[in-house]
Ligand binder design. Structure first.
Ligand code: B1M
Length: 211
């Protein structure tokens, strides 16, 4: 079995300690951090999702895999950074109300941080009103909304509407992402941009600020 597939298997088993060891060994063997993230960890979470869907894995096991993934991402974090240090803009990010998924959001946060953005991470299950309050308090350039459930996608629309109704939409860019989200949905709800992954989110944020 290749090092990457051993990492994937270990992620699925939820053994965080073994996973961290394997990730470190893969780095030591010269496998790029990006490859480990995309081809072993994120692809592993896709398998976890498929197993969850067909009843082969249950919530506690999925949580263990999620925890193991987050710990290993911490090892990769400094290596995924692009080394930029000056602040290029301020971003508020959060997972919308009703949705507790945060691994993807945390990766987006990490990529934005490494691209030089100052990030205010509101966490998960964030109501439209809490986004509004955070915008008033922090005056960001960009607001990022994440959703992983088809049932919470409408909350993205509601969040954008509430921000608009509060008179805060001007001079603010709103970006959206998460597995069930796509460009057509982003256009439909009036977002300024959609990114399919964390790297694309960082590029999108930079390009929106240049407009
Ligand atoms: Co949940 N879950 N989950 N889950 N979970 C999914 C999303 C699901 C697809 C699994 C499945 O059935 N196949 C399914 C949703 C089905 C649907 O809506 N159609 C599902 C379900 C049903 C549920 C529950 C309802 C299960 C239940 O209780 N019966 C429940 C809901 C809880 C809630 O939120 N209210 C639930 C709970 C959980 C756990 C808590 C156990 C756990 C989350 C732990 C955590 O996040 N701390 C969990 C997990 C881990 C998953 C899967 C397996 C993995 C998600 C993940 O972390 N992926 C997931 C299946 C899957 O996605 N394959 C699943 C890895 C991550 C790096 O990818 O989050 O897509 P992702 O992020 C990417 C991009 O989407 C993008 O960039 C990221 C990095 O490249 N991106 C953005 C994300 N946000 C962005 C924002 C941006 C831009 C890009 O701009 C702002």
């Amino acid at each position: 079995m290749s090092q990457l597939s051993t990492i994937t298997e270990t992620l699925i088993s939820g053994d965080g300690e073994a996973l961290q060891k394997l990730v470190q060994e893969a780095l030591d063997a010269g496998i790029p951090a990006n490859t480990i993230l995309n081809d072993a960890l994120i692809s592993g979470m896709d398998i976890v999702g498929a197993k969850m869907e067909c009843g082969d894995m249950f919530i506690p096991e999925v949580l263990m895999a999620a925890q193991a993934m987050s710990e290993s991402v911490e090892i990769l974090k400094p290596l995924l950074a692009d080394g930029q240090s000056s602040v290029v803009g301020k971003v508020i990010i959060g997972t919308v109300k009703g949705d507790l998924h945060d691994i993807g959001k945390n990766l987006v946060k990490m990529m934005l941080e490494s691209a030089g953005f100052e990030i205010i991470d509101l966490g998960v299950d964030i109501s439209p009103e809490d986004f509004v309050k955070a915008i008033i308090d922090n005056k960001p350039d960009i607001v990022g909304l994440s959703a992983l459930l088809t049932t919470t996608m409408p909350m993205m629309k509601k969040s954008i509407q509430t921000i608009e109704e509060s008179g805060l939409r001007k001079n603010l860019k709103i970006i959206v992402g998460g597995a069930p989200v796509n460009q057509a949905f982003a256009d439909e709800i009036g977002a300024d941009g959609y990114a399919p992954d964390a790297g694309a989110a960082s590029k999108l944020a930079k390009s929106l600020l240049q407009q």
